[in-house]
Design a protein around this ligand. Sequence first.
Ligand SMILES: Nc1ncnc2c1ncn2[C@@H]1O[C@H](COP(=O)(O)OP(=O)(O)O)[C@@H](O)[C@H]1O
Ligand SMILES: [Mg+2]
Length: 270
Amino acid sequence: MAANRVSTGIPTLDRITGGGLIPGKTYLVTGETGVGKTILSLHFLMDGLRRGEKVSYVSLDERINGVLDGALTLGWDFWTYYREGRFFPFEIRIYSEDLGRYRKDSRAYVDTIVKMTRGGEVSRIVLDPISAMAFGAADEYAVREYIREIITYLEEKIGATTMLTCDIPSGSTQLSRFGYEEYLSSGVVVLGLVNLDGRLVRTLLVRKMRWSPADHSIYTFEIVKGRGIIIGPTLKAVMQRQLGSAQTVSSAFRGQGESPAGSTSESSPI
Ligand SMILES: Nc1ncnc2c1ncn2[C@@H]1O[C@H](COP(=O)(O)OP(=O)(O)O)[C@@H](O)[C@H]1O
Ligand SMILES: [Mg+2]
């Protein structure tokens, strides 16, 4: 990883992003539901905790207990860090009727995060998923402005490296829920699923990465129990192998030396 950059927690993703994330900037992880956005964001937070940092996870639609217990299945014990006082998880509910007053409320929202994280000592924050803010909102403009205010104010006031996740509707070609957040963030990672001969393969694309020599190929990845996200070969390589020798996708993974089961550069303890 490049000096003065923040790791995503996934070594291969650090390489693909062109060296990792810029400290204090905001990044967006988008994709349909179930593609792995929450898991990617937890990788990022666990990396910070393992480096001795303080980090915060803000859930906008799920109960915190469910998320943290789910993370145990991936081998990540966030509860220990919570008890140590370095991990600050909390839930925030935003109601559509409040969105009209975004100017006042977005600041109150960030002020709540500052307060919950003891004056903004955290170095990493995840808001998951910001699209939950739009539930039932009639006025998309208000939602966009709200998100814009939150990103700007978070960067100004806390200065943590921030990852926002955003659900996009199934089948949509949009990068984000409102077609706008991508312009505000310093980078966009798009997760997806493609159907290869009746088998769903997970994909990852670094769509935008400001000030970084990013690799914009579409990669494949797997979510592995006890380890999290394991990035494999590019989708193109997987398709070529499949065409060439009728190999399965998982055997293609094994051929790349980044096997989920093998010992690889991705075999970090998390
Ligand atoms: N312990 C696990 N082992 C393997 N796969 C898992 C595990 N936990 C969750 N998953 C996979 O992760 C996916 C959900 O990822 P998640 O990050 O919650 O998605 P999103 O936030 O994009 O909706 C599920 O589809 C499931 O297949
Ligand atoms: Mg999620």
